[in-house]
Structures are given as structure tokens and as C-alpha cells.
Design a protein around this ligand. Structure first.
Ligand code: 5AD
Ligand code: SF4
Length: 472
């Protein structure tokens, strides 16, 4: 019998990417093989995001496309999961007759059963029950196969912070951490399959384990650091209010922990930070940045900013711009504020007009663009350790011919900067560098990447952090 085919469409954050892999593994157990071709699918799952209005619009527009497809393919099963599904539940079935299943953020382990019911009874189902089971079943932990160098590993789910603009605590539920043993077992299995780098995921990793009396996040990192064969550890996201000295010193002492932190500031105005319920001030944020740089001078710091939060005036926005210039972030994600019911900011007065929000976004992005470019250019002439992901996009697309005698590879520095590089024949002939740490001399810095040439294919342990005797 031909296997049934599953097409998975993932929108949103890294946590959704991780969840989609779990969905694929659950469905493999009942005979579904993944396909990259939409038209071949017997089952289509859309994993949705609702954190900003744009992501939700994307989800509904894709669902509309699927509804049209189903007119010609009556037996196609369509499931919608993730944050939009959690929030909208039955309303999705009411609004879209083509959808067969709506499952919430805590229903992933029930999917095989739900799909089997639909296959046999041709019914339509909504399952948005919030049942906290953060640990993935042991049977799945060791089954993650991958040809990728770097993988995401969710270590905790949900959020208890209730930032005024944010819908996450409502759609992902209360903060729950996975057991450290289960996390370590999963990472060991990934490493056995060739993975070299993991990114640990949680809405606020600094509070890992706290409400369940598990080990601290820094202790978890130390345990993961011991896994043989693993080269690098990253994590996201950190909440500034909970970033403690133990984690800051971890950037110096935990050998495999990369020199990069994503530390969302959201605004540079104390008045707005208070309205956002962020629980730190601009000064406290700047102190943490200083402590990070004192402890780990080469650390790269990136951030998130929301422009046009209700009540944000010119002075508040100027303070945000000043903070961006003062910190000199290595990269910045800036978002236009959007109302996300039931997040409490929906009810705040003094909404900022769409045109002001759009102008402020352009302004802040232009400031950051200059900063990123100049930070990248400062690296020209240095040598950086790069963990190679594979061929560069240019190479993969087959249009590098004539530009250079050797192949172009791509990877990231410890500070998370993308580097495209060549290997001169004098260094090695046709080496397979995927998953290898390579010393790259940086020749050029652009807005989004660096380029250079390999000079060292034999890293030492100290090279893992990208420092060794090289300028960082
Ligand atoms: N409007 C705009 N941006 C938002 N974010 C979260 N909620 C909203 C919203 N309602 C941004 C924050 C967060 C990132 C993941 O998305 O900056 O850090
Ligand atoms: Fe949302 Fe704040 Fe929780 Fe992040 S910390 S998920 S912004 S509520």
C-alpha cells in the first residue's frame, strides 16, 4: 500500500518549527510520510501563529487557498494547529467548511488519534484542551532524525509574564518546563544523528525550572555542555528582568555556549516599559548590557522593539532610538504594534496612528541598518570560527560559475553572523565541510552577512567560542 502523504505548512516562531517536527513524528507513527509537494498531499496541516496581525492574516489566506483545492479533491484532510487554532477553536470550523480538524497548542500528542477518527468517521473535530504535558514521550525523544547541522529543542512551554501587548500567555498557557533528563536525552539522540548545534527554546528561558523546583537554566546549560560531539549551544529568548549573573558568567565559562544573546528590550522609554508591564527600566536594561560586555567582551546582542505601542509619543520614541544607538545592537527585529485580543493593551487609550507607526518603523530600521553594517565591517580582517551549514544559497542555486575557482560554503560565527566563504585549493581539495568548524578570514561585511575565505580547517576546543587567538 502506498504511504499516505502529509504536507506541513509552518508559520511563525522557532517553537512552531519544533512543534511541526513533533507533529510529523506523531503522524509518521500512523503511516504518514512527509511531502514537499502540496498537490501530492492526503493530509495538510497548517501550524499557525497569532503573535502579530500579519502572521494571522497569512494563516487565513493559506487556509483559503486550501479550501479552493479541496473542491477538486474531496478526500483531502485539512488540519489547523498552533496559536490561531488555540484562540479561534470552533470559529474556524464555522467559518471554513473545508477544514476538518482544529487542534490547540497542547494537543500535539493527541493528533494521531484525532486524524484516525477523521479518517474512519469523516467527522470534523476541535480539540483545544489545555492539558500541560511539556515532556515529549520517551518513544519520540530518540526518534528525531536530521540531516541538519543545527536543531531547535523546546525546553519549556507557555509564559507567565503577561506583557500588555502579548497574546502568548493566552494561547500557550502557563509556563511549564521539561525535565532536564528528557532534554539531555533528546539532544544526545540528535548528536548521534549528526547534529552539531542546538538552540534551546522557551518564551523566557531564565525562569526555566523555577516554579517546578528543577535545576536552574545555567545548570541545565552546564549539563548540556557535557554532551560529547555537540559543538555549540544557543538559546532564545531571555527576559531582561530575569537575566541573572549565573547566566551572564555562563557566557564566559560554559565552553560550548555561543557568544550571542537575544535580549528583547521592546522600548527605551520607562513610561512605555511600565505600560507594557515589562518590569524593568531602561537603566536596568543598560546595566545588564554592560555586565554582559564586561564578562564576555565579544558577545553579540540582538533585540526586539515594538514601535507605536498605545501612548508612545515623540519623546518616548526618541528614547528608544537613543537606546538603540547607545547599545549598538548587532541586529534588531522591529515590529509595528498591533492589537492582539485578549492582550490587555487592546483596551489602552491613545492608539498611535498607522502612518506614524510606519514612519517610526522605517526610522528605527534605517538607524539599525547603519549599525549592523558598521559592526559587520569592523570584523573585516579578523578570523572567525564558523560552523558550516552547507553550501551557500548562491552555490545551491548553481549560479556561482566563473566568479571564483572554488565552492562557496555558508555557516555562522559564534556571534550568530552569517558567513559565506570559499576554500582555496591550497587549503584543501573538495573537502566536505558540512557540520565542520572552519576558521574563516573575513574579507567583506554587508548588512546581513559577511564573506571571506577559509584559512584553518582544524579547530581547537578554545576555537568553539570563536575567540582563540583570533580577533573576535
Ligand atoms: N504587536 C507588535 N509586536 C508584538 N510582539 C509581540 N506582540 C506584539 C504585538 N501585539 C513582538 C515582540 C516580541 C516578538 C516576538 O514579537 O517584540 O518580542
Ligand atoms: Fe509575550 Fe512577554 Fe511572555 Fe515574551 S515574556 S511571550 S513578550 S508575555
Amino acid at each position: 500500500m502506498n504511504p499516505k502523504r502529509l504536507y506541513l505548512h509552518t508559520i511563525g516562531c522557532q517553537m512552531n518549527v519544533y512543534d511541526s517536527e513533533q507533529i510529523a513524528m506523531q503522524l509518521a507513527a500512523i503511516g504518514y510520510e512527509q511531502t514537499a509537494t502540496l498537490d501530492d498531499a492526503d493530509l495538510i496541516i497548517v501550524n499557525t501563529c497569532t503573535v502579530r496581525a500579519k502572521a494571522e492574516q497569512k494563516a487565513f489566506s493559506f487556509m483559503g487557498r486550501l479550501a479552493k483545492m479541496k473542491r477538486h479533491k474531496k478526500r483531502l484532510i485539512i488540519g489547523v494547529g498552533g496559536c490561531v487554532a488555540q484562540q479561534e477553536g470552533q470559529r474556524i470550523l464555522d467559518r471554513m467548511p473545508a477544514i476538518d480538524l482544529v487542534f490547540g497548542t497542547q494537543a500535539i500528542d493527541r493528533i494521531p488519534h484525532l486524524i484516525q477518527q477523521i479518517e474512519t468517521r469523516h467527522c470534523r473535530i476541535v480539540d483545544v484542551d489545555m492539558v500541560e504535558t511539556p515532556d515529549i514521550p520517551d518513544s519520540l525523544v530518540g526518534r528525531r532524525k536530521s540531516s541538519q547541522v543545527s536543531k531547535f529543542v523546546t525546553i519549556m512551554r507557555g509564559c507567565d509574564n503577561f506583557c500588555a501587548y502579548c497574546v502568548v500567555p493566552f494561547v500557550r498557557g502557563r509556563e511549564t518546563s521539561r525535565q532536564p533528563e528528557s532534554i539531555v536525552r533528546e539532544i544526545k539522540a540528535l548528536v548521534d544523528n549528526g547534529v552539531k548545534e542546538v538552540t534551546l527554546l522557551g518564551q523566557n528561558v531564565n525562569s526555566y525550572g523555577k516554579n517546578q523546583n528543577l535545576c536552574s537554566f545555567a545548570e541545565l546549560l552546564a549539563m548540556i555542555n557535557e554532551i560529547e560531539g555537540l559543538l555549540r549551544i544557543r538559546f532564545t529568548t531571555s527576559h531582561p528582568k530575569d537575566l541573572g549573573t549565573d547566566l551572564i558568567t555562563g557566557f564566559r565559562d560554559i565552553t560550548k555556549l555561543c557568544s550571542h544573546i537575544h535580549l528583547p528590550v521592546q522600548s527605551g522609554s520607562n513610561r512605555i516599559l511600565k505600560r507594557m508591564n515589562r518590569n524593568y527600566t531602561r537603566e536596568q536594561y543598560l546595566d545588564k548590557v554592560a555586565e554582559l560586555r564586561d564578562t564576555c567582551p565579544q558577545i553579540a546582542i540582538t533585540s526586539d522593539i515594538i514601535v507605536g505601542f498605545p501612548g508612545e509619543n515623540e519623546t518616548d520614541f526618541d528614547q528608544t532610538l537613543q537606546l538603540v544607538e547607545a547599545v549598538e545592537f548587532d541586529g534588531l527585529f522591529a515590529f509595528q504594534y498591533s492589537d492582539r485580543p485578549p492582550a490587555p493593551a487592546v483596551k489602552l487609550p491613545d492608539k498611535t496612528s498607522a502612518s506614524i507607526i510606519s514612519d517610526r518603523l522605517q526610522e528605527i530600521l534605517a538607524v539599525q541598518d547603519q549599525l549592523t553594517r558598521s559592526k559587520n565591517q569592523q570584523l573585516v580582517g579578523s578570523t572567525q570560527w564558523v560552523l558550516t551549514d552547507g553550501f551557500s544559497k548562491k552555490e545551491a542555486a548553481g549560479n556561482s560559475a566563473g566568479s571564483h575557482p572554488s565552492l562557496q560554503w555558508t555557516g555562522r560565527t559564534s556571534t550568530n553572523k552569517i558567513v559565506n566563504f570559499y576554500v582555496e585549493a591550497s587549503i584543501a581539495n573538495n573537502p566536505n565541510l558540512t557540520g565542520k568548524m572552519v576558521g574563516v578570514h573575513i574579507d567583506k561585511g554587508y548588512s546581513h552577512s559577511l564573506s571571506g575565505r577559509a584559512v584553518n580547517l582544524e579547530p581547537s576546543l578554545r576555537g568553539l567560542k570563536g575567540v582563540e587567538n583570533y580577533a573576535a
